[in-house]
Design a protein around this ligand. Structure first.
Ligand SMILES: Cc1cc2nc3c(=O)[nH]c(=O)nc-3n(C[C@H](O)[C@H](O)[C@H](O)COP(=O)(O)OP(=O)(O)OC[C@H]3O[C@@H](n4cnc5c(N)ncnc54)[C@H](O)[C@@H]3O)c2cc1C
Length: 122
């Protein structure tokens, strides 16, 4: 779908352009607050390419308000930390352990996240 004159005259309070994670999450928040919206994307179907891989605990908490966190947790994997190696020698490590009620950072593809928060979007 693309932005057309017809889309711009659609009777709604908010036009959300882009149906990636940010646009979709915004649409969920608008729905929660009963604000009418229309969400459009230039792609005719959802991309099967993932740009995001890591979900922060706070993001998971926010998505849980929309009932999407369980699906993401089931399909993802907890990240307890990460290490960088240079020439096979450890160069840096980061601790990603639990800081909130959710279990650390989550490794989950953008495709999984989008289908969890908007399962009916094509
Ligand atoms: C290599 C890489 C790794 C990354 N890793 C992470 C990560 O681990 N964790 C993380 O949180 N983020 C990561 N990111 C950032 C990631 O891209 C964003 O978190 C996420 O994709 C942002 O979602 P978005 O909805 O803003 O944008 P996008 O996912 O890019 O979605 C934007 C949507 O808007 C549509 N669109 C754009 N312009 C128009 C237009 N003019 N009209 C209609 N539709 C339009 C596009 O078709 C698209 O569907 C990474 C990015 C890259 C490149």
């Amino acid at each position: 779908m693309s932005i057309t004159a017809a889309a711009m005259t659609h009777d709604c309070d908010v036009l959300v352009v882009g149906a990636g994670p940010v646009g979709t999450a915004l649409a969920l928040e608008l729905a929660l607050h009963r604000v009418s919206f229309r969400i459009i994307d230039q792609l005719p179907v959802r991309s099967d390419k993932s740009r995001a891989l890591v979900i922060q605990p706070r993001t998971l908490e926010l998505l849980n308000r929309h009932g999407a966190a369980d699906t993401i947790v089931q399909r993802g994997r907890v990240l307890r930390g990460g290490s960088t190696f240079i020439n096979n020698r450890p160069a840096a490590s980061v601790d990603l352990d639990d800081r909130t009620s959710n279990p650390g950072c989550f490794c989950s593809s953008q495709i999984c996240l989008e289908s969890a928060i908007a399962p009916d979007a094509s």
